[in-house]
Design a protein around this ligand. Sequence first.
Ligand code: PEP
Length: 252
Amino acid sequence: MARKPIIAGNWKMNMTNEQAKVLIEGLKPLVKDAKKTEVVICVPYTDIATAVSLCAGSNIKVGAENVAWAEKGAFTGEISADMLLELGTEYVIIGHSERRQYFGETDSSVNARLKTAVAKGLKPIVCVGETLEQREKNRTKSVIRKQVTLGLADLSEEDILNTVIAYEPVWAIGTGKTATSEQAEETIKFIRGVIAKMYTRKIANKVRIQYGGSMNPKNVKELMAMPNIDGGLIGGASLKAEDFSLVVNFDK
Ligand code: PEP
């Protein structure tokens, strides 16, 4: 079975509610004909209710940018899976490099959040990726292997099939420096191999793996032409309706 491409926006800490309304209303007509690609926008918690209500009946799905590992209780500042689900959230980003870099996320906290997300029925987008220093020291594969084996540990076959992995080289995020399509393909193929070792080759061939890192209307076609790249996690280019729609409509 072919893997359906998934293009997901990551708004990060951008867009007030009023700005979110304008962006979504602009985006809806531009992506409405994207039948073969799944379209997701991952938005700040404060925009979720607005986004779900505006995207109802459209082909745009809504995701959050993180989720707590605990079900509820004394975790000031965290948002639970139940809270997200009640608002109609479908996807959730887990382990973004900015969370790892600025907020102390580790493979173990990523794994805890992931287990809660899948147990509750949220569809996770789990981010992995090496820093420039790690790449220059030839450590890309060992870093990624560790992030995948620890971050995605102990998921059932059903849960891994519902999990999207985003390969995001940290040096390419928000820098305008995209990995070449060969670099992205090589690492994503490697990730698929790691999944095959953890599960089976058949399962690995069904798991969707995105590329993320300065993906934009200019480079999306070339990246998406690679056999192992199943979509993109899009930061900067998801903040403008026109740019994001051009990425979504890469096959048009
Ligand atoms: C991201 O935030 O996941 C990302 C890939 O950002 P950008 O597209 O801006 O590099």
